[in-house]
Design a protein. Structure first.
Length: 315
């Protein structure tokens, strides 16, 4: 039977589903589980293999990532161009959107401040709060994650504007849809700016000092994509100065954030350590397995694959 490497964590139900997708293959769960002499036979890998492992797989034809982001797999020195690359885009939207909604509501209702006060034993009223009702929410990056956040913001009463790389049909839960060249025009009126962008040359440093200054005074910045889209020092300045009322971040540049960095102690920066999209939510984990199983089935059946990555675009 042809060997297939599965590199991400699975439970019994996941393994059964993957096995059913490729009944003529032998699945090995974990890089250490396969005999060294069989590595040369592996044509398909599910998960995110190391560069060192990739060099041991001369017959490789498919890498199905368990992540949505592609990291350095676009580099031909890491993954040869003849190897097809697919990702798990579409699996993470609901989980990440809910996580980021939690950060947003925490900032808007000042729950992070009340938790700080609780730990300090202070019975203190932190004053006025804000709401999604009637708020202007700008979603930059209207892919799976951005759409899921936009749906939830709209359901809570917000007026949502979307920005995406290419023109398209405006979803019913988005009032206006623009391309990235209109970002500067949209920033000054947004109460909340939500970023869900891949790490590409176009998105690196997108939100620097000048664009942060263009944001509405008292606005909130949320980042669920890649930390490199935001200049961390400029963001710290914007929050410390009071220009922004807060920032909710599941990603930051650099990662991990070094001990002693000032972002740790800025009261209105609500930071989580890039955990919203991993396997913490079983629903997300199941969706990743579904994507991998379907593409594994298609691979062995010779059918077109889903979730193909455009290496030049970076997603």
């Amino acid at each position: 039977m042809e060997p297939v490497l599965v590199l991400f964590s699975t439970n019994a139900a996941h393994r059964e589903k993957l096995a059913a997708a490729a009944p003529d293959a032998e699945l090995f769960f974990g890089a250490d589980s396969i005999p060294e002499e069989r590595l040369c036979q592996v044509r398909a890998v599910l998960g995110n293999p190391s560069a060192a492992l990739l060099k041991k797989l001369p017959a490789l034809e498919l890498v199905q990532l368990n992540s949505a982001g592609i990291g350095n797999y676009a580099d031909p020195a890491v993954l040869p161009e003849h190897v097809v690359l697919t990702n798990a885009s579409g699996a993470y939207g609901p989980g990440i959107a809910e996580h980021m909604l939690g950060l947003a509501l925490g900032l808007m209702k000042k729950l992070h401040r009340y938790r700080d006060n609780q730990r300090a034993g202070k019975w203190l009223d932190e004053g006025t709060v804000s709401t999604f009702i009637g708020a202007s929410v700008l979603v930059v990056g209207l892919g799976d994650i951005g759409r899921e956040f936009a749906k939830r913001a709209n359901a809570l009463g917000a007026k949502v504007t979307g920005i995406k790389r290419t023109p398209g049909i405006c979803p019913e839960y988005v009032e206006r849809l623009y391309t990235l060249d209109k970002l500067d025009d949209c920033l000054p009126s947004a109460d909340i700016v939500f970023l869900s962008l891949p790490d590409t040359p176009i998105t690196k440093g997108l939100m620097g000092k000048e664009r942060l200054a263009r944001m509405k005074k008292g606005a909130i910045l949320l980042n669920a994509g890649r930390g490199t889209a935001v200049n961390t020092e400029a963001l710290c300045d914007a929050v410390e100065s009071g220009h922004l009322s807060g920032a909710g971040l599941d990603v930051i540049d650099p990662e991990p954030l070094p001990e002693g960095h000032r972002a740790w102690k800025i009261r209105d920066i609500f930071l989580t350590p890039h955990v919203s999209g991993y396997f913490h939510l079983p629903y997300t984990h199941d969706r990743i397995v579904d994507i991998c199983a379907e593409n594994l089935r298609r691979f062995f059946a010779g059918e077109p694959l889903q979730h193909l990555v455009n290496r030049k675009e970076g997603y």
